[in-house]
Design a protein around this ligand. Structure first.
Ligand SMILES: [Ca+2]
Length: 223
C-alpha cells in the first residue's frame, strides 16, 4: 500500500513536470512568433523605404533626361567643360519650322537645388523628419513669351553635401564631348529609427544614382 502510494506520488510529480515543460515550450513558441511579427514589421518597412528612394531618384533623373534631350544645345548651362554644378538650365526646342536649321523655341527650363523651406541650413532638423538640412530639387518653367513661371518641386529628401569631399545631392557636369552627367542622392530615415537626427548612429537610407545623356548635336547645326 505504502509502496503503491509512493509510486502514485512519483507518477503525479512526473505529470506536473510534463505540464511545466509543455507550458514552457508552448509559451516559447508564442513569444517567438510574436517577436518575429514585431521585428519583421520594421524590416519590411526598411526595404520599402530603400525601394522607394531608389525609384524616386530614378524617376526624377529620367524626367530630367527626357527633357534635356529636347534642349537647344547652345542654351545649356552649365556650358561644356563644366563640372559639378547644382543647377541645369536650357531652352526647349518644340520643333523645326522648315528644316533642321530653323528650330522653334519653347519654354526656358531650370532645375535647381534649393534649401528645404521648412529646414533651412543650420545644422538641425527643423521640420522633424529625421534629416538634417535636407534639400529639394525645384523645376522652374518660364514661358517663351512672358507669363508667370511655373515652379514645382520635382524631388524632396535630397541629401545635403556632408563635407568638402562629399558631392552635392544634385550635380550636373557637361563634358567637352557634350555629354551631360546628372547625379541625384535621396535620403530617408529608417522607419524604425527612434534616435534624434543629430545622433551619428541614426540610420539614414541613401540612394545615389547617376546617369548620362549625350546631347543631340543636330541642335548645333548653323552655329
Ligand atoms: Ca529635416
Amino acid at each position: 500500500m505504502f509502496h503503491k502510494w509512493n509510486k502514485n506520488r512519483e507518477r503525479a510529480g512526473f505529470t506536473a513536470l510534463e505540464v511545466i515543460i509543455a507550458v514552457t515550450i508552448f509559451a516559447g513558441v508564442i513569444v517567438g512568433a510574436f517577436n518575429m511579427f514585431v521585428v519583421s514589421q520594421p524590416f519590411a518597412n526598411t526595404s520599402l523605404v530603400k525601394t522607394a528612394i531608389e525609384d524616386q531618384a530614378r524617376a526624377t533623373l529620367d524626367k530630367i533626361v527626357n527633357e534635356v534631350r529636347r534642349a537647344h544645345q547652345p542654351s545649356i548651362v552649365p556650358a561644356e567643360g563644366t563640372e559639378d554644378e547644382t543647377s541645369l538650365e536650357f531652352t526647349l526646342i518644340t520643333g523645326f519650322a522648315d528644316n533642321i536649321d530653323d528650330p522653334q523655341f519653347g519654354s526656358d527650363i531650370l532645375y535647381e537645388l534649393q534649401d528645404h523651406p521648412d529646414d533651412p541650413i543650420g545644422g538641425g532638423d527643423d521640420n522633424g523628419n529625421g534629416l538634417i538640412d535636407e534639400q529639394i530639387l525645384v523645376r522652374t518653367e518660364t514661358p517663351l513669351n512672358g507669363g508667370d513661371p511655373i515652379v514645382s518641386i520635382i524631388s524632396n529628401f535630397v541629401e545635403r553635401k556632408q563635407n568638402a569631399d562629399d558631392p552635392e545631392g544634385f550635380s550636373v557636369s557637361h563634358s567637352a564631348d557634350d555629354r551631360i552627367t546628372l547625379r541625384l542622392t535621396i535620403v530617408r530615415r529608417d522607419p524604425a529609427e527612434r534616435r534624434d537626427a543629430s545622433d551619428p548612429d541614426a540610420i539614414i537610407h541613401r540612394a545615389s544614382l547617376e546617369t548620362d545623356v549625350l546631347i543631340n548635336n543636330v541642335n548645333e547645326v548653323g552655329n
